[in-house]
Write a protein of this length. Structure first.
Length: 160
């Protein structure tokens, strides 16, 4: 069974976001070993520079990469990434498994984005939309799309 992990910076502050992710996690259990790992956000001083932001991005990137194994299939969620339809995401997950990947890791960075090191490590740079979404909503959307992708693979009626 494929292992799917979302690695993300920060936690879900609102109960309704947590509830939504928990619901999709429960549903995903029928298709894969699913987990979410939250890593701490780096804080900026009240008055900060571009260099401070770059340091935060690099620090968070190092934390994220420390959780990735060499054999993992990694998808970095970034606005400049590739736009995929739900069926195309299902195909991408299938392709990773067929190519011998037993673990898929999807990475959501902090509010300032992902480091170049994380993007370079990624097998896929994936964008949900050219629009910007709050990180909490993006996580729920990603969980839903993963569930939809596995439902497509299984031929269930969820995806119409």
């Amino acid at each position: 069974m494929l292992t799917v992990q979302i690695l993300c910076v920060g936690n879900l502050k609102e109960a309704y976001w947590r509830d939504a992710c928990e619901e999709y996690a429960k549903r995903l259990g029928a298709f894969c070993k699913f987990s979410v790992t939250e890593l701490p956000e780096s804080r900026l001083p009240k008055s900060y520079s571009d260099a401070d932001v770059a340091k935060v991005i690099a620090t968070e990137g190092d934390r994220l990469l420390s959780k990735v194994s060499p054999g993992d299939y990694v998808a970095a969620m970034c606005i400049e990434g590739k736009l995929l339809s739900s069926p195309a995401l299902a195909e991408e997950l299938s392709r990773a498994a067929v190519n011998g990947k037993s673990r898929v890791v999807l990475i959501i960075g902090g509010s300032y984005g992902l480091s170049d090191a994380v993007k370079s490590r990624a097998d896929l740079r994936l964008s949900m939309s050219p629009m910007t979404f709050p990180h909490q909503l993006a996580r729920v959307m990603l969980c839903e799309q993963l569930y939809r992708a596995f439902s497509i693979q299984a031929g269930t009626k969820y995806h119409k």
